[in-house]
Design a protein around this ligand. Structure first.
Ligand code: ATP
Length: 305
């Protein structure tokens, strides 16, 4: 494995996914995907179901070997590096499924994650970090003494984040971090992401809550059928015709007036993980709508009409 930093003073992205291809038999799950995630920024990776987001995350974190292409982290080629080496270099990940130890308390789950990350030092001098301060930071201090298998799903997601932060990662890979959070918890979570980025960490997030994505991300990459079809700011992504086609099945050529709010009538949800806020007037299929204007976490926008 080449492990060289680029020569000269060229800008080096925190994470670089370089034309990655992943094939499962005849299925091309990721198709020449190329994008970066920068330090100090929240980057969104979005796309319809089956677009290849989780497979990309698996390649980045080392769980899936790519058929072709490279992953560079902090300027070094880590394509062949095992998960634990990437973690040591500063890559932390949360999963869609919850990974905490159910029989341990919330506090002990974070303590164990911290000690494991420190390796031998963690075994010799466990619990050196202020775990309670970390629980407080992610907003779950009141659950510190509860067993992890007894807490609500949204809280368990925040526990996953606390476990990830216990390793003090430079890059956080967050897979569906807001699922299970209510609206106010999601707002707080968005603020926390901005704080973490302000500390200089990079955050790459797969997320279906478009309000959150549009509200907190500096940059968004859109995957469709394994390829990046658009990259840009939330404003760029919102008006990109290729994104509108991939998500909405229409582009600007189709008048937005043909869309009506889901509040207008009964709807049938077909893609439950996307925001079911718009519906074509003559069908009962819910269409996910990207919020129409920039939104802060505390400032939700009305859907595009
Ligand atoms: N281990 C596997 N074997 C075969 N096909 C797979 C495997 N993992 C994923 N796929 C296929 O690869 C494609 C991309 O899947 P992936 O889970 O990465 O998409 P996704 O964008 O994360 O989807 P979702 O939003 O539903 O989680 C899909 O067609 C999926 O069925």
């Amino acid at each position: 494995m080449s492990d060289q930093l680029p020569a000269g003073g060229a800008h080096v992205p925190l994470l670089e996914v370089d034309h990655v291809v992943v094939q499962f038999g005849g299925v091309t799950a990721v198709n020449e995907a190329a994008f970066v995630a920068e330090a100090g920024q929240v980057t969104g990776l979005i796309g319809p179901n089956g677009a290849g987001k989780t497979t990309c995350f698996n390649v980045i974190s080392g769980l899936q070997k790519p058929t072709r292409g490279k992953v560079r982290f902090r300027g070094r080629n880590v394509t062949g590096a095992p998960v634990h080496r990437r973690s040591k270099k500063g890559m932390g990940r949360t999963f869609q499924r919850l990974e905490a130890f159910g029989s341990l308390t919330v506090r002990d789950n974070v303590r164990v994650a911290h000690d494991i990350h420190r390796g031998l030092a963690g075994l010799l001098r466990p619990g050196a970090k202020d775990i309670d301060a970390l629980l407080d930071r992610v907003g779950i201090a009141e659950y510190a003494d509860e067993r992890a298998d007894s807490i609500p799903t949204g809280t368990a997601r925040l526990l996953e984040l606390a476990r990830c932060l216990a390793g003090d990662p430079k890059l956080l890979l967050l897979d569906e971090p807001s699922s299970g959070l209510d609206e106010s918890e999601t707002d707080d979570f968005g603020d926390l992401l901005r704080d973490l980025a302000a500390e200089g960490r990079g955050i790459l997030m797969v997320e279906h809550d478009m309000d959150l994505v549009m509200g907190v991300c500096d940059t968004i990459h859109v995957l469709d059928f394994g390829s990046v079809i658009a990259s840009g700011t939330p404003a760029d992504i919102r008006r990109d015709p290729a994104v509108q086609r991939a998500y909405l099945g229409y582009s600007d050529e189709v008048p937005a007036s043909e869309l009506v709010s889901s509040a207008a009538g009964a709807v049938e949800e077909t893609r439950t993980d996307l925001q079911p806020v718009g519906v074509a007037a003559d069908v009962t299929t819910v269409i996910p709508v990207i919020p129409a204007a920039p939104a802060g976490p505390a400032e939700r926008q009305e859907p595009l009409r």
